[in-house]
Design a protein around this ligand. Structure first.
Ligand code: TZD
Ligand code: CA
Length: 547
């Protein structure tokens, strides 16, 4: 007989009547899921939640909700964990929505909460009621909800967290009336905090065999890698696979992250964001394997053949929507890290000659007094630590940066995934907050900087030592190039002269310096990289074409 370990009275004891409030259960759930940093900008609806915040939580204040979101987005992407955001009602949510387009396309797990008015008063549209709250952030969230009763708030938060963090990861939204916090949480909340929700996305043996056969039978395969390879930290397996098959590696167009070391001999560059441009560069390959990117994220309209003649395309993605909406190719929806790990281990070595390393054109000369962006990037490359992280939001110079700034490790590059400006300045703060052991260099255009400029204040107040480099050419350079490409003629609203970024930075409490010469730039960048506080360097640059 087995020993009796419980007394009969223990076995039949009724559940302890819970005395936990919705607020206690919520903080407990956030804590258990590692969400102890709250990125926010508060209003009256949110104060009852924030009041007496537990001591193991910290609140990172952003001065505008677009900036709050950008900081949280950078933090979540760089840490590989979800981040918790608290916004003010409908107006705060509205301010955040431009940034939400980026989080959506970068598959960033953001758990966004917004304070709602007192339940009984929402219908009469009291000030700060979020009317139709769950509709507001759509279609840029995976889940959006306002619990129908206070006792359901903790469970709904659990659903939000587990939805955000399952592949494809992404933002979720919860609207919470502020009179819910003191309500009783109910017994179900006791089971929420310890819940683990996992996904297993390994390919079946048959699916894996198909991939292996396709790769080993191809005479000339090429690999195209996207941001989710970096998000899955599968970069090393991508390298191993590319080396085994001696495959050239391109980065998928409109790249928001860097999935492959750019100094590797197999690296070929970032594909252009046009149908004709991609087909021209991939011409001659009989198998195109795309991993962790949409097929494809085109931008400039240059129609043409979607695939080069004689090519077939295989798409490996964590996102069923990416797979479904692609105009060509066969797709496998699976765990990217697991697929790349299995392929790297099991694909037989192909004995092809090694690839020649690509060459990059020399820095162009100019008669102008401003510095050429290519030279600035080479200087950054020479001075930056080998594991530096680059957050880029300078739109006309993206190609030049990829050509000249070497990125070696996972998590070395972030760019707004939807093209929505206002990500760069805040994300550079959030990434540095998540990665205190690496130096983060934000490379930001003078146009882009204005959409997220108040991130400087958060960097100063929290003493987050991001180095911000403002490339100041006085214009929306990329739009100038687009105006020519689109044959739009003379266009208003493209120049942004007369902004003193050093004065603005000092106004927010960040040290700043303008560097009109290459020598000054190099010296100041070295000094900034030694500093333990944030620094801004404003560099006058020439305008180059992104095409
Ligand atoms: N507003 C938002 C939120 N996102 C955008 N992408 C734009 C406007 C349009 N836009 C671009 O797509 S690029 C660009 C704008 C205004 C110019 C950015 O200028 P910059 O960089 O100074 O940051 P360059 O290198 O001079 O292009
Ligand atoms: Ca500019």
């Amino acid at each position: 007989m087995t020993a009796v370990t419980h007394s009969s009275s223990e076995l039949v004891a009724p559940l302890e009547p819970t005395t936990r409030t919705v607020k206690q259960a919520t903080y407990e759930l956030l804590r258990q899921n590692g969400l102890t940093t709250i990125f926010g900008n508060p209003g009256s609806n949110e104060l009852p939640f924030l009041g007496a915040m537990p001591e193991d939580f910290r609140y990172i204040l952003g001065l505008h909700e677009g900036v709050v979101m950008g900081i949280a987005d950078g933090y979540a992407q760089a840490s590989g964990q979800a981040a918790f955001v608290n916004l003010h009602a409908a107006s705060g949510t509205g301010n955040a929505m431009g940034a939400l387009t980026n989080a959506w396309y970068s598959h960033t797990p953001l758990v966004i909460s917004a304070g709602q008015q007192v339940r009984a008063t929402i219908g009469m549209e009291t000030m700060l009621s979020n009317v139709d709250a769950s509709l507001l952030p759509r279609p840029l969230v995976k889940y959006s909800y306002e619990p129908t009763a206070p006792a359901d708030v903790p469970r709904a938060l659990g659903q939000a967290i587990h939805t955000a963090t399952q592949d494809p990861k992404g933002p979720v939204y919860l609207s919470i009336p502020y009179d819910d916090w003191d309500a009783e949480a109910g017994p179900a909340s006791e089971h929420l905090a310890g819940r683990l929700v996992e996904t297993a996305g390994a390919p079946t043996a048959v699916q894996l065999q198909h991939l292996i056969s396709a790769l080993s039978e191809a005479t000339s395969p090429v690999l195209v890698l996207g941001p989710d390879v970096d998000a899955a930290r599968a970069n090393d397996d991508a390298v191993a696979l590319a080396e085994k098959l001696s495959m050239p590696v391109w980065v998928a167009p409109s790249a928001p992250r860097c999935p492959f070391p750019t100094g590797h001999v197999n690296f070929r560059g970032v594909l252009p964001a046009s149908v004709a441009g991609i087909s021209a560069l991939l011409d001659g390959y009989d198998l195109i394997v795309v991993v962790g990117a949409p097929v494809f994220r085109y931008h400039q309209h240059e129609p043409g053949e979607f695939l080069p003649t004689g090519s077939r395309l295989l798409h490996i993605t964590c996102d069923p929507s990416e797979a479904a909406r692609a105009p060509m190719g066969n797709a496998l929806v699976a765990d990217i890290a697991e697929v790349l790990r299995l392929l790297a281990a099991e694909v037989p070595m192909a004995h092809r000659p090694p690839l020649p390393k690509r060459t990059v054109a020399p820095v162009p000369h100019t008669q102008e007094s401003a510095l050429v962006p290519e030279a600035v990037f080479e200087a950054i490359n020479a001075v930056a630590p080998e594991n530096a992280v680059f957050v880029n939001e300078a739109t006309s110079t993206v190609g030049a940066l990829w050509d000249r700034v070497e990125m070696r490790h996972p998590g070395s590059y972030y760019f707004p995934a939807s093209g929505g400006l206002g990500f760069g300045m805040p994300a550079a703060v959030g990434v540095q907050l998540a990665c205190p052991d690496r130096r983060v260099i934000g490379i930001i255009g003078d146009g882009s900087a204005n959409y997220g400029i108040t991130a400087l204040w958060t960097a100063a107040q929290e003493n987050i030592p991001t180095v911000f480099i403002i490339l100041n050419n006085g214009t929306y350079g990329a739009l100038r190039a687009f105006a020519t490409l689109l044959d739009a003629g003379e266009t208003p609203g493209l120049d942004v002269p007369g902004i003193d970024f050093c004065a603005i930075a000092r106004g927010y409490g960040v040290e700043a310096v303008r560097t009109p010469t290459m020598k000054a730039f190099q010296d100041e960048l070295r000094a900034a990289l030694q500093s333990s506080s944030p620094t801004l360097i404003e560099v006058p640059t020439t305008t180059i074409s992104p095409f």
